[in-house]
Design a protein around this ligand. Structure first.
Ligand SMILES: O=c1nc[nH]c2c1ncn2[C@H]1C[C@H](O)[C@@H](COP(=O)(O)OP(=O)(O)OP(=O)(O)O)O1
Ligand SMILES: [Mg+2]
Length: 198
């Protein structure tokens, strides 16, 4: 079994990478699996790609191994793309999913249904010692619901209704989410690299 480190401390992301990488015979190790304490990485880039690169290169340099990182978030059109790269800390430094989605709903309180369009964005960076880092991006278009619904997924999934669906992402099974998500679309773009990994 091939192994890949994902430079994330987000358990929801880890589970999705595990599920989606299993078909490439890749087992996933995340920052949650290291015995030593790993400091939080400062994500001070101006784009998803910059932040994914910072995370991947920090861990690749520290452990001298190939690393994949994910920087992702929700862009809401009626809020000019907010929360965007600030999605994790939208309602405060404690990165609370529930408070984040409640804040998004509050901001959209007076916004009619047809103007509630949004998309999930995921930039994936691949960093390897001695190689140039590269990034890819996947997106998932949808709308913001009026109320949270569903127990699956993580983050903003309870308020995000993907295009062509009448359920929130949190009401999708993990297999359903992993076939349409921004993360899936990003991973498809590194599929060849994943297959060639030794
Ligand atoms: O599929 C998703 N379904 C719902 N919400 C999502 C998704 N994907 C990203 N999101 C939200 C969660 C968080 O508010 C932000 C990611 O922030 P982001 O900095 O990339 O991740 P993080 O800080 O949780 O973990 P880490 O940096 O260790 O990978 O976007
Ligand atoms: Mg983060």
């Amino acid at each position: 079994m091939k192994q890949l480190v994902i430079a994330t401390k987000n358990a929801g992301k880890v589970e999705e990478f595990r599920d989606m990488f299993s078909k490439y015979q890749i087992s996933v190790k995340s920052l949650l699996d290291f015995d030593q304490e790993i400091d939080d990485i400062v994500e001070d880039g101006e784009t998803f790609e910059e932040n994914a690169t910072i995370k991947a290169e920090t861990i690749a340099a520290e452990f001298e191994i190939p690393v994949v990182a994910d920087d992702s978030g929700l862009e809401i059109d009626a809020l000019d793309g907010a929360p965007g790269i600030y999605s994790a800390r939208y309602a405060g430094e404690d990165k609370n999913d529930q408070r984040n989605l409640e804040k998004a709903l509050r901001e959209l309180n007076n916004v009619p249904d047809q103007k509630r369009t949004a998309r999930f964005v995921c930039a994936v960076a691949v960093a390897r010692p001695g190689h140039e880092t590269f990034t890819v991006r996947g997106t998932c278009e949808g709308t913001i619901a009026r109320h949270p619904k569903g127990e699956g997924g993580f983050g903003y999934d309870p308020i995000f209704v993907p295009l062509h669906s009448d359920r929130t992402m949190a009401e999708h099974t993990s297999d359903e989410k992993n076939s349409i998500s921004h993360r899936k679309h990003a991973i498809l773009k590194i599929e060849e690299w994943l297959q060639d990994l030794s």
